[in-house]
Design a protein around this ligand. Structure first.
Ligand code: GCO
Ligand code: MG
Length: 436
């Protein structure tokens, strides 16, 4: 009896200790939700800051949708903020599900970006609480650093070859190559100062002219740069579906690392045909917002790289799930990493890259001096590899005073930008609007 009494007493003491330990770390509650809107590199970036009721505990998340940035700010301030105040900041997926469903209609770019700002800020907070970088919370490193590709582009082939050589001399093993067509508004490349026949005054683009130039570029790259450099290319949904299938077959012999966005999200059914006709590795997904877009491409193994823009899909929480789903089906990750992702978003990409077995490649956009002035602690680039900041959370601090020096509406050189960040139009020679 005495022995049992002692056991009960010991159990009670242990329970009390557990209860005390639990009480010692109460959930931080969300006290404020703010949006930092800034464009230090001439591109509108939106970052959500969540402040908790615990002293000095806050976090940042990327909510950048540069073409409709003001609407994301309103979605966060007018809808998510009142919904979130008082909620426990440590229930990340639960909060994600609640916010996702609170608009009833969902999976649009504005709401997904707003949601991503909140989601990534909560991961930052959890990392700061744990005293660990976010990749640790996802299981830790699978690799030491993140292999990246840079952007080489120009109006003419020699310019592009020089630019690839420069990347190679800096240690890069992967480079995306883009070429312009004289006088035409190609994606990611100069057009030169040439007048072309056109029935309108808008920027003009003809798909077949571009495809011919691009094939010449790949040929020249292989002749002058050899077989070892990994070449990537972004079609940017600029050609028709049949042209895309033909183009994918024509580039097969150049052994690209990947061939990006040959089709638009509206035409994803055509991937099946492309797959049946060639072995060009396909990357797709930066325009995706909804699981209905990426799920069939992954489960039917119709692409090689899933290239979602993490904030467009709603943040780190859904993208972890996409990465794991990809692993099951042999599809690798290549998260979108252009200039219109904030350094917080780039840090989230790096965390996913480090912690996912099926990491493929990371797109790299350099952080200029103004970006570094606003965002300190950006991931570091060395020899073509990005290294995570090892400080807790994303490891990034935002200088909010500096952020105010770069309001929305101005370009990199302080010039006024049209359309409030929205894009203009591109037309074929006869005036037909095309995808950009
Ligand atoms: C890429 C892209 C981008 C997008 C841009 C849109 O890097 O692969 O296609 O440059 O065009 O992010 O705002
Ligand atoms: Mg792209």
């Amino acid at each position: 009896m005495a022995g049992a009494g002692t056991l009960a007493a010991r159990q009670l003491a242990a329970q009390t200790q557990v209860a005390r330990a639990t009480r010692a770390t109460p959930s931080p509650k969300i006290k404020d939700v703010q949006v930092i809107a800034t464009s230090p590199a001439g591109l509108r970036l939106a970052v959500v800051k969540i402040v908790t009721d615990q002293d000095g505990l806050y976090g940042y998340g990327c909510a950048t949708f540069t073409q409709r940035a003001d609407l994301v700010v309103a979605a966060v301030e007018k809808y998510l903020k009142p919904f979130l105040i008082g909620k426990p900041a440590d229930r990340i997926d639960d909060i994600w599900q609640a916010c996702y469903n609170s608009s009833y209609w969902r999976n649009g770019p504005v709401l997904n970006n707003a949601l991503s700002g909140v989601d990534q800020a909560l991961w930052d907070i959890k990392g700061r609480q744990a005293g660990m970088p976010v990749y640790q919370l996802m299981g830790g490193k699978m690799r030491e650093a993140v292999d990246c590709y840079g952007h080489a582009s120009g109006a003419e082939i020699p310019q592009i070859i020089d630019s690839v050589r420069k990347y190679m001399s800096e240690g890069f093993r992967h480079v995306r190559v883009q070429i312009g067509v004289p006088g035409q508004a190609g994606y990611g490349a100069g057009r030169g100062d040439v007048k072309v026949l056109s029935l309108h005054n808008s920027p003009m683009f003809e798909p077949r002219d571009y495809m011919r130039r691009a094939l010449k570029l790949f040929e020249a790259c292989r002749t002058e740069l050899g077989e070892e450099i990994e070449l990537l290319h972004d079609v940017h949904e600029r050609v028709s579906p049949t042209q895309a299938v033909q183009f994918a077959k024509d580039v097969e012999k150049f052994k690209l690392f990947f061939f990006e966005d040959p089709l638009s999200p509206e035409d994803i059914q055509w991937f099946r045909l492309m797959r049946n006709q060639c072995a060009t590795p396909i990357a797709m997904g930066e325009l995706f917002n909804s699981p209905h877009e990426w799920s069939p491409l992954i489960t039917e193994r119709l692409i090689d790289y899933i290239r979602v823009h993490v904030s467009q899909a709603g943040g780190l929480t859904p993208c972890r799930k996409i990465a794991i789903m990809g692993e099951m089906y042999g599809v690798k990750t290549a998260w979108h990493g252009p200039g219109d992702v904030s350094p917080i978003g780039h840090a989230a990409n790096v965390a996913l890259d480090l912690a996912s077995y099926n990491f493929g490649i990371q797109e790299y956009s350099p952080f200029n001096a103004q970006l570094r002035e606003v965002f300190s602690g950006c991931p570091e680039m060395k020899n073509g590899f990005l290294y995570a900041n090892e400080a807790p959370g994303w490891g990034i601090e935002v200088d909010e005073k500096a952020a105010k020096k770069y309001p929305f509406g101005y370009g990199e050189r302080g010039e006024r930008k049209d359309y409030n960040g929205g894009w203009g139009e591109i037309r074929r020679r006869d005036g037909t609007i095309i995808k950009q």
